[in-house]
Design a binder for this molecule. Structure first.
Ligand code: ACM
Length: 711
């Protein structure tokens, strides 16, 4: 591009961003309150404003939270002794049992008074979050500003959350983040009125919590000798490692400190101790917990490992001891025990497991897993706690009191069957809740695990499945965003993956379903970004323009009739009209416009409805080796005027190789002399199974196609 042209473009881009000047006089509260009436006029917070706390003992902590924030940004000490006739007005916090709902609050601002009422201190805390977001964004700054008018607009807010469980998860196993970061994360949740922090503390690649009875968990399991460089979706033989010892763990004192910090912010921490899978790090220290002899080493790359806990007595003693220490540290009623992605290979090979299956009258290894989980659940129940597990805990029978964390979004029938069985659910499907996925199709995005989840799609998440029976809706406790950290080594990077998707998730969890409005949310986010800036949070600002990422293509087959044989694998959508809808599949296979084929060749036939002149045929395919998706080996195009006799017009072939096009979108295209035809036929040859060099060697390989274009 010419230098001047480039300069002009940069200038235009600057103008475009400076146009998005956020109007801070209109309340921009995230998540949007249920009811809010704006008056005209402002309460002015000044050095003489007093904070009055009606129920001192219950609200002391919450009041001091507000006072500290205000002091830091303004230098005003709301709790200082001041004359009662102070002209500065008052902020009053009071417990009022007439406010219905455990987390509900009212907030009214008039010229003389800011009045926050709730039946609980949690409600008061959420009222304070709204109050802070009614103030100029600089209230989130860290230096006392003299140049700001601390105006608070007259409002009447009556607010309560839609869901009781509003969570964020964080995997500290793949990458470890110190206590200061964890406290920041808890602050992010608090700012957005989220109330559960799911702390994923154990993984194949690192055990992160000190357990007094098993010191080798800190000495051995918390450390890996090195870490994979780049993506794991490649030939294992080509893996390169950084050669650097990596790890860390939280001492029990640190855990207590974090638990207290969260409690002050009305956040319950749900600890996760993974079993029976994702347990390689523990086996590295205590190989007697495995079905084979070992030795094992703490995982150094990402994936699912076959060495898992053996359901023997040594394992149960160990896990019960661990859980006893965990329960002593975490007051949460719910303890998460994982339960996902547990390969059954070792149990199939183990004589001990096979005998156990017979002795207990179990059908197979899936039932053995259920037996394992139920035994742990009984232990938790005996100690007054309840179990949460990933949705695999439903395989092989589910105990009636377990809560299921639904993550495999494609298992669309699962939530209903779980709820019908009487169990509660927390909704966290990959399709809308996995913040480790790419958030845009830009080449500049940092390496991610795969997938595609723009903030707008998070915002469109509806936790209650369509046609869910009214009487079962209360069994959907709420929702959660998950942050798996295989590809997130630093805190800045983590912030980028989390924001603004967390803001969107918070609004889904709190605000009324009918009130959700993306363009209104986006304009509030432009104010909210100023807050995030002051809080030192690195975020993906471009995510509010995610809509621009959709690539529309005009061509003569758009909207044409199409049939595909065999049909696509239903898991990622079966409507083949998506292949000729004028919207091109993006960089991620979850964007709902791709169609996937798991392990077989297929053909597509298009009927244009009338004879047309054709000059070019093409089809787009996705490659994402990390997700077992490969480009087809050959695509052959033919055309016909009568739908019976087809003439071959060319083909496009591809040789799938390791570390080439590992994540890419490719067009298979043929140009032809202008030809009249009505029907177009494509024959697509695929690998069918993952190649020898791939980590999934021998498993079924996917092909993803979109869009088929005719010009
Ligand atoms: C999961 O993502 N394996 C729960």
């Amino acid at each position: 591009m010419q230098f001047y042209l480039r300069l002009i473009l940069i200038w235009c881009m600057m103008m475009a961003t400076s146009n998005i000047q956020a109007d801070t006089s209109i309340p921009a509260i995230i998540p949007q309150p249920q009811k809010m009436k704006l008056g005209s006029g402002n309460f002015s917070l000044t050095a003489s404003t007093r904070l009055i706390v009606a129920e001192k003992s219950e609200l002391t902590e919450t009041a001091s939270y507000l006072a500290k924030r205000v002091f830091r940004a303004s230098g005003f000490d709301l709790l200082a002794d001041k004359p009662s006739d102070a002209k500065g007005g008052i902020i009053r916090l009071s417990i009022d049992s007439r406010i219905k709902g455990e987390e509900a609050y009212t907030l009214s601002v008039t010229a003389e008074k800011v009045d926050i009422r709730a039946a609980t201190s949690a409600g008061i805390f959420y009222g304070i979050q709204s109050l802070l977001q009614l103030m100029p964004p600089k209230i989130f700054g860290n230096s006392a500003r003299q140049d700001i008018l601390w105006n608070i607009p007259f409002v009447d807010i009556s607010d309560a959350p839609r869901f009781g469980y509003r969570g964020m998860h964080l995997d500290v196993g793949r990458h470890f983040f110190p206590v200061e970061n964890i406290k920041s994360y808890i602050d992010y949740l608090a700012l957005h009125k989220m109330n559960r922090f799911h702390w994923h503390l154990t993984e194949d690649q690192g055990w992160r919590i000190e357990i007094m009875k098993y010191p080798k968990l800190a000495e051995v399991s918390a450390w890996r000798k090195e870490t994979l460089i780049g993506h794991a979706g490649r030939a294992k033989a080509s893996f390169k490692f950084d050669g650097k010892r990596y790890g860390g763990y939280y001492t029990q004192d640190e855990v207590r400190e974090v638990v207290a910090y969260a409690a002050e912010r009305h956040i319950t921490i749900i600890p996760e101790i993974e079993l029976p899978g994702h347990s390689l790090a523990a086996l590295a220290a205590y190989p007697e917990l495995a079905c084979t002899e070992g030795p094992f080493e703490v995982g150094t790359y990402w994936g699912v490992f076959k060495d898992v806990y053996c359901p023997n007595e040594a394992t149960f003693t160990f896990l019960q001891d661990v859980l006893s220490e965990v329960m002593a540290l975490f007051p949460s009623k719910y303890i998460h025990i994982g339960g996902d992605e547990c390969p059954k290979d070792r149990w199939k090979e183990s004589q001990f497991c096979q005998e156990l299956i017979k002795r207990e009258g179990l059908k197979d290894e899936h039932e053995l897993q259920s037996w394992f989980v139920r035994r742990i659940e009984k232990f938790l129940n005996k100690n007054g706690r309840k179990l949460i597990g990933w949705d695999e805990i439903t395989e092989g029978g589910l105990s009636p009191t377990a809560t299921v964390m639904f993550w495999r979004g494609h298992m669309t029938d699962l939530p209903l069957s779980v709820a019908e069985g009487g169990n509660n659910l927390i909704m966290t499907p990959t399709s809308h809740c996995y913040f480790d996925y790419y958030q845009s199709k830009r080449d500049s995005e940092p390496l991610a695990i795969g997938g595609y989840l723009p903030a707008k799609k998070v915002y469109e998440f509806e936790p209650i499945p369509t046609d869910f029976p009214q009487e079962l809706i209360p069994q959907i406790s709420g929702l959660q965003g998950n942050v798996w950290t295989e590809y997130i080594p630093t805190w800045k990077h983590l912030q980028y993956m989390v924001f603004p998707r967390l803001c969107a998730m918070a609004e889904v969890g709190w605000s009324a379903k009918d009130a959700r409005d993306w363009s209104d949310f986006s304009s509030r986010m432009n104010v909210h970004f100023q807050r995030l800036d002051l809080l030192g949070i690195n975020y993906a600002r471009h995510m509010l323009t995610a809509e621009d990422d959709i690539i529309r293509v005009e061509h003569i087959a758009k909207g044409a009739g199409i049939s595909v044989t065999p049909s696509p694998t239903a898991k990622y959508g079966s409507d083949v009209n998506a292949l000729v809808d004028g919207i091109q599949g993006s960089a991620g296979f979850l964007d709902e416009t791709w169609r996937g084929f798991e392990g077989f060749d297929f053909s597509a036939r298009i009927d244009l409805g009338s004879q047309r002149e054709i000059k070019e045929l093409s089809a787009g395919f996705l490659s994402d080796h990390g997700s077992w998706i490969f480009l087809p080996t050959d695509v052959r195009f033919s055309v016909s005027t009568d739908g019976k006799r087809f003439s071959d017009v060319g083909s496009s072939s591809y040789n799938v190789m390791p570390d080439t096009d590992s994540r890419a979108r490719r067009e298979y295209r043929v140009s032809l002399e202008p030809t009249t035809a009505r029907y177009i036929h494509l024959d697509i040859k695929t690998l069918q199974t993952c190649p020898e060099w791939h980590s999934g060697a021998g498993g079924k390989a996917w092909v993803f196609i979109d869009e088929i274009t005719v010009k």
